[in-house]
Design a protein around this ligand. Sequence first.
Ligand code: NAD
Length: 637
Amino acid sequence: MSDILIRKVGRAGHITLNRPKALNALSYDMCLAVEEALETWRDDDEVALILIDGAGDKAFCAGGDIAEMYHTGAKGDFDYGRQFWRDEYRMNAKLNEYPKPIVSFLHGFTMGGGVGLGCHGSHRVVGDSSKISMPECAIGFIPDVGGSYLLAKAPGRLGEYLGTTAARMGPGDAIYAGFADLYAPEDTWDALKSQLQSTGDISVLVGQEPPASPMQAQQAEIDALFMGEALQDVLNTLNGSDSPLAQKALKAIQANAPLSTATTIEALHRLRVGEITLRKALELEFRVSHRIMEHGDFLEGIRALIIDKDKSPKWQHATSAVPAVDVSRMLMPLGKDKLDFREKAMKIGFIGLGNMGAPMAANLAKAGHEVAGFDVAGTKAEGTSVAESAIVAADGADVVITMLPNGTILRSVADEVIPAMKPGAVLLDCSTVDVDSARAVAELAAAAGLGALDAPVSGGIGGAAGGTLTFMIGGSDEAYAKAKPLFDIMGQKSVHCGAAGAGQAAKICNNMILGVTMVATCEAFALADKLGLSREAMFDVVSTSSGYSWSMNAYCPAPGVGPQSPSDNDYTPGFASELMLKDLRLSQQAAEGADADTPMGQKAMELYRQFVENEGGQGRDFSAMLPRFEARGRDQD
Ligand code: NAD
């Protein structure tokens, strides 16, 4: 019997945790299965909403399955745990950002990982058996899986109380604290689920008046007891009070890992600075998860409470002696190891491994994706496997990327690969092509049940190698969302410009400006030369005056002046003149189709045509227009 049941029932995608003997503890494989189901159902029109529940009568989910994490961590392998947390937190964020309603039925225990799964959806249902808590500090960890987000948003200092004492919330408390939305008696749940399944209509989910919240009644006292800025302040206040609430809280805190408790309080305070978002909370939590096995009390906590069950953990600190610097160390930014919500590895087919495609494909492979490349010229990209044809590269791929010379070749490659692609995959063209070809390919792909994006780039070969390209994208929101993690690897910016063809439209408009400004910059330099102005003076004035542009400031066509550019390398491209001519032709072809008056674009195109076809410009950088103008007089043809 599977640990998790994933199926479509009527209009619902239904996920049931199915390990009742283990209180439905969430394993790594179950996390991945939940994420995959969410991805599959995102674009499935038959699925109007998602239901999540747990088998058995004791628990929705009593937490994450930490046994494997312990066994690997105890041997000094911290990577398994870190990857588990990375993937789990990404799934937590996905639940929260999902475009369809997610209804969770939280019966019995919902703790730790169960909160991450059950409490970030849009409709969280509790009943009389619900017992929700975040008990991580007891095992030397901190409230994670986005628990810190819910705690930071709970009224007053309720979050500090819940996070440091693991106090259990009943249905009234859970709604009051923001961990649940509505109460329904559990004997009505089956009927509610059936209605949701048969109608797909979230409005059939109507709750009843929830039971009173004891925590709400205690809010003023909780605020007073937990108002301190650090663990020591809270301990002082609790010690100074003999109320039953204070004494019970003190006992709970004294059993916890002191470093965990102190870090929890600090994390909640930091989260409340500025807007509280789930991603911000998960990113902060991950700083702790990443370090907790190596530097925290996590392994000792699990050993004492779960493995050896001696219940005598040897924590690193005494409860009232946690130095602030140790807490800061747990919460320090992680740099390159930061949680970035990056998707798990995708299977990518990459067709066209030329000057641009090869380094782009290599960057995807370096980031952990499985890339199969194909180029008619037999070129290869580092870290990728070589497919023997475009069809083989596309077969079974989640995303097929093309980086080809022009629209005609793109159309013929698309004709070939589209029938080989799996349903729901995305065809992502990064070449610069005409808008009509981009739209025609998108139509073909849509007819085959695929997503399609036109995503031309700016940034040249350097940007392709450095992963700093800018992508301008046309296509659907769904296809864009799927490819977004790849844009983040290959580039520094991606702009979703609109529907199919919008990316190419943005690209040719941008490059029409570039062609015109480069011509203008070069002719102005040539004029300045003839007027006896030094090139340094020309650059110094124009780059800080109203004549400035990217062509002047970032790509100065005069050798030895301004920043390093192809002019300093004898005009070796860079961006070749024939590619600029291609883009200007595309702009004029589009202008003609759209009846747009573009005299400057037209003139720039004619100049580049002459340069490439008759004046030796082929193979030279497009800024080599400067020596061309320099060598000419006013009346020359
Ligand atoms: P390139 O000529 O170096 O690469 C194109 C590759 O496609 C070649 O290796 C070629 O063998 C391959 N190819 C051609 N037909 C094929 C087919 N049927 N199947 C498989 N492979 C095939 O060109 P590039 O500089 O890498 O540019 C690629 C695209 O990116 C172009 O559309 C260009 O306009 C655009 N672009 C280039 C730059 C730049 O600075 N080079 C900048 C922005 C955009």
